[in-house]
Design a protein around this ligand. Structure first.
Ligand code: G3I
Length: 471
């Protein structure tokens, strides 16, 4: 396979200098559009006439990336508005853009893209929080321990600004080397647990957004790098490190670069209990077979939630000379567009939780208990056939801070916990105990925290006998 990263190497000399305006703290409010939700999947409905309509048939999205300069490009905006329902900022939410100087955040460029996208009914993927590229200059002069702290502060600052607004965040980008080990970088030199620390900080900063690990050259199941990332995600899931999704960038170079085992890679990650997404797709000369193949692979994996192309027209692409996108320089759809549209419309699987129309909401009055210092309140977040997502709020109604908490809840027959975040569970069925994670045991007076979980079984019976204790 041709090394797609030759592009990256050619650009190595021009490391990001995306300094956005004055180095002053600027926090322009993002518009108050809530994270949009989409119509439920209907695989039997008529074919979609646009990429987004075709993707939404199966509960998926079809996204694009845009730079801030495209906000005044009417040709771009017209296609983006018509065809896409998810948007990623090409550079504007990266660390050098959002925190040009330590503690001085600048969200103007990111907010401009966010506001345009959400005002046009799109959701937004955040890209990215921790990466060896496009770092703020000041990261380069910090000691390891200061850099670790700066990374966490960066995550807190940016995620707090966008709290509750984004659908996904690429928390960590491109942290693996081709040999399957970690890429050497200043972040890696802060300790092998830096990725885990980033995800834990991210969950605490915004529990509502899905947290992704994103990388390139992890599409071929037999590559060492793919296996390296897979093993990390498996380890994270087994230890309760909060990771919700894996982004496969999907930069293909034509020829045989679409691996025959791409679907196996997607389903193998999905089997670990994460969503997968194709996050930066582009293909040399927009090969129709490659585009159809990558789309089909996603459509065949229920937890493949969507596809994003890295730009809209060839003139928007970082690989522009290879004409790798779905629209030409005159804004016309190319043959690859049709091959993708057809593959989206031919989807035979839908994203879990989107295929059943909202059943009568199960009656789930909040169940509360207060035997000692804290109260725990359960709420059903999202039910689907055979499973559900729940959330428990641990509230401290007292006048002194909690220094740890434990919640007991009793699951109904047939219910079992599959995954817990922002807490550590003991047991998965019957009476389950969930204690605080290392980072959210301290709950101030009149404050609260939450943990979430995914469970198998019907949501019709709310977990009962819920209680909270604090030492
Ligand atoms: O804005 C400056 C401009 O003022 C200056 O004149 C010009 C001179 O080089 O540089 C401009 O900044 C460039 C920036 O893009 C905006 O165009 C940077 O040099 C250039 O390095 C930067 O490239 C970006 C690249 O990431 C950096 O790593 C690309 O636009 C962006 O598409 C690309 O995106 C990455 C993903 O984040 C991660 N996966 C790979 C993908 C493609 O490389």
């Amino acid at each position: 396979m041709k090394d797609v990263n030759a592009h990256r190497k050619r650009r190595a000399g021009s490391r990001a200098r995306l300094l956005l305006g004055a180095a002053c703290t600027v926090a322009i409010a993002v518009s108050s559009v809530a994270v949009a939700t989409f119509a439920h999947a209907d695989l039997t409905g008529p074919p979609g006439a646009t990429l987004k309509a075709a993707a939404e048939r199966s509960g998926r999205y079809f996204g694009a990336a845009m730079g801030g300069d495209r906000l005044s490009d009417q040709g771009f905006l017209t296609i983006a508005n018509r065809e896409f329902d998810m948007m990623t900022a090409v550079n504007e939410m990266k660390p050098d853009a959002t925190e040009p100087n330590q503690g001085q955040f600048d969200f103007r460029a990111g907010d401009a893209i966010y506001n345009w996208a959400t005002q046009h009914g799109m959701r937004v993927r955040g890209h990215t929080l921790a990466w060896h590229g496009q770092q703020p200059r000041f990261w380069g002069s910090l000691s390891s321990s200061s850099l670790r702290a700066a990374m966490i502060e960066h995550i807190n600052g940016v995620m707090t600004h966008y709290k509750g607004k984004l659908a996904y965040w690429d928390v960590v980008n491109e942290a693996f080397a081709e040999n399957g080990g970690r890429r050497s970088s200043n972040l890696q030199s802060t300790g092998n647990d830096w990725i885990e620390a980033a995800f834990r900080a991210a969950r605490a900063a915004d529990p509502s957004v899905k947290l992704c690990y994103n990388d390139y050259n992890i599409e071929n199941w037999t590559y060492a790098k793919t296996q390296g990332v897979y093993n990390m995600i498996r380890d994270f899931k087994s230890r309760g490190v909060p990771v919700d999704c894996v982004g496969l960038q999907t930069h293909f170079t034509g020829g045989s670069s679409l691996p025959g085992n791409f679907q196996q890679t997607l389903s193998s990650f999905a089997d670990l209990g994460v969503d997968v997404a194709l996050t930066e797709a582009d293909v040399t000369n927009a090969s129709t077979t490659q585009y159809a193949g990558l789309t089909q692979a996603c459509m065949n994996v229920p937890r493949c939630v969507g596809i994003t192309t890295w730009g809209v027209r060839d003139s928007d692409s970082w690989r522009g000379s290879e004409n790798p996108l779905l629209f030409d320089r005159n804004s016309n759809p190319k043959a690859a567009y049709t091959s993708v549209l057809n593959a989206l419309n031919a989807a035979s699987t839908s994203v879990p939780g989107t295929s059943t129309p909202p059943s009568t909401p199960p009656s789930t009055p909040p169940v509360t208990g207060q035997p000692g210092g804290c109260t725990a309140t359960y709420r059903l977040v999202n039910p689907w056939s055979g499973g559900f997502q729940g959330e428990v709020t641990v509230a401290n109604n007292g006048s002194t801070a909690l220094s740890g908490w434990t919640v007991l809840l009793t699951l109904g027959g047939g219910q079992s916990i599959a995954n817990v975040w922002n807490g550590v569970n003991t047991g998965t069925s019957g009476t389950v105990s969930v204690r605080n994670a290392t980072y959210n045991g301290s709950v101030g007076a009149n404050a609260s925290t939450t943990f979430g979980f995914l469970a198998n079984g019907s949501a019709d019976t709310a977990p009962g006998a819920i209680s909270c204790t604090s030492p």
